[in-house]
Design a protein. Structure first.
Length: 146
């Protein structure tokens, strides 16, 4: 069972590396990003983020950006880019240990938001995953303010 909560975050920046992907290749593409950049990023911080947004909704093309929190829009590693994550209220779900992340996303969208009595903020462009130093993954979905 996933633990659910609300949390407000102020604007923050994620410095790292991105790629285009689609849902059918998402897990493979994310594994490729991690294999290429995780060690480099973990030398800066043990807390990683996957920031995601739609590039082309009609073609189901997403951008996934793997990085670490940065103090400003200045990239923290060579060749990295920085993504601004605007401040908002989020519904947050902890991925149960041993559960696949993508399946948990589907469950969160299907039942998690409604169980919290929340509606996704469709005007907010980004969802993200947060991996703490222990590897615990949290899914963050922007929700409408009351």
């Amino acid at each position: 069972m996933m633990n659910l909560r609300f949390e407000k975050r102020t604007t923050f920046y994620v410095s790292g590396y991105g790629m285009e992907t689609r849902e059918e290749s998402l897990e493979k593409d994310c594994a490729t990003l991690r294999a290429q950049y995780e060690d480099k990023l973990r030398s800066i911080s043990d807390h990683l983020y996957f920031v995601a947004w739609m590039k082309n909704e009609s073609e189901n093309i997403m951008i996934y950006h793997l990085g670490v929190e940065a103090p400003s829009q200045t990239p923290v590693t060579e060749g990295a880019t920085c993504v601004e994550v605007p401040g908002a209220k989020f519904a947050v779900a902890t991925v149960p240990e041993g559960e696949p992340i993508l399946a948990t996303w589907h469950k969160f969208f299907a039942t998690g938001l409604s169980s919290l009595g929340a509606d996704m903020d469709m005007n907010y462009p980004i969802n993200f995953e947060s991996f703490d130093e222990n590897g615990v993954c949290e899914l963050w979905i922007p929700v409408k303010e009351d």
